[in-house]
Design a protein around this ligand. Structure first.
Ligand code: ADP
Ligand code: MG
Length: 294
């Protein structure tokens, strides 16, 4: 590719809010044949809100929210922010937490009002020896609707779950359709549970067999590597700190501009407005640009 062609290509891309790092990135864009999309903040808006408070055992809704908010007050995770926002809206006074610990991709643990509180995925709570079976049917109902069930345990007892929903971006379904029409394999990768991941995948048109759920942050890069070893040229699209190693390891890393700075630093392309249809625009621009000089 001549420098002029590259400049024209990257200039046109920039007009669409697509920032391309260098000539090599534009050249790779033309060749990708598999694309891995992070769920939260990439296919969805990344602005989750609490929809359900379902207490268990002897707990009531106010206690469930109070203990959860206390433990989450030290976390910057979007799910934590949703819980804090709900506590504020309901006028719940949030108790101070001590000994806060966060397990990335799993949940948080802290001491609240003298009791050990766990908030997180089912695996995280059950790993602490606490059964969540009492609310299994509520878990199914919430996850089948695409919401994330966040479990809460207080002092070694299951206290209930908090349903948190994150709306799919309006353009995601169209973007998936266009990417498939270009002949790309479209995958979803997420730390969230299988049922929730599948429900969101169905909503955006990604087939079940291309959903990779319950992936801990450090394993996201390995999943991308697995596809590369299958001989694919892989683009990874993500927004979070936990996506950065996968973005750096992909043939083409694509960051959502509204996401974490670390994600953008690890990427070859940044989509300023986060519109996934711009990946399709980038692919056609790169095909035109590189095609011309051939
Ligand atoms: P994603 O891949 O969707 O960005 P993460 O890797 O950040 O997700 O988190 C994976 C899962 O771990 C979440 O769906 C949730 O069940 C649990 N989790 C992580 N952090 C928290 C937290 N601060 N509070 C509650 N649950 C959490
Ligand atoms: Mg994310």
């Amino acid at each position: 590719a001549t420098p002029t062609a590259i400049m024209v290509g990257t200039g046109k891309a920039a007009e669409h809010g697509i920032l391309v790092r260098d000539a090599e990135a534009l050249e790779t864009t033309r060749r990708i044949d598999a694309i891995v999309l992070d769920k939260t903040g990439t296919l969805t808006q990344g602005k989750p809100g609490v929809t359900d408070l379902v207490p268990a055992g002897g707990f009531d809704r106010e206690e469930l929210l109070r203990f959860a908010a206390g433990a989450e007050s030290g976390s910057e995770h979007p799910l934590a922010e949703a819980i804090m926002a709900r506590a504020e809206r309901d006028g719940t006074s949030v108790p101070k937490a001590r000994n806060f610990e966060s397990a990335t991709g799993e949940g948080v643990r802290a001491s609240v009002e003298g009791r050990t509180v766990l908030v997180g995925s089912r695996a995280f709570i059950e790993g602490g020896g606490i059964s969540t079976a009492a609310l299994a049917s509520e878990v199914d109902r919430l996850s089948q609707g695409g919401a994330t069930p966040v479990h809460v345990a207080v002092g070694g007892e299951y206290a209930g779950l908090i349903g948190i929903a994150d709306a799919v971006r309006p353009e995601s379904q169209e973007a998936v359709r266009q990417l498939e029409a270009l002949g790309l394999e479209v995958w979803m990768l997420t730390g969230d549970n299988r049922a929730t991941a599948r429900a969101v995948a169905r909503e955006v048109g990604i087939p079940e067999e291309r959903v990779i759920p319950e992936v801990l942050p450090e394993r996201k890069a390995q999943e991308v590597e697995r596809l590369r070893r299958d001989g694919k040229t892989v683009a990874m699209v993500g927004d979070g700190i936990n996506d950065a190693p996968a973005l750096a390891g992909a043939d083409l890393g694509v960051a959502i501009g509204t996401g974490a700075d670390v994600a953008m630093a690890a990427s070859d392309i940044t989509l300023i407005g986060g519109d996934l249809r711009n990946i399709v625009t980038a692919i056609s621009l790169s095909r035109k640009t590189v095609g011309k000089i051939k």
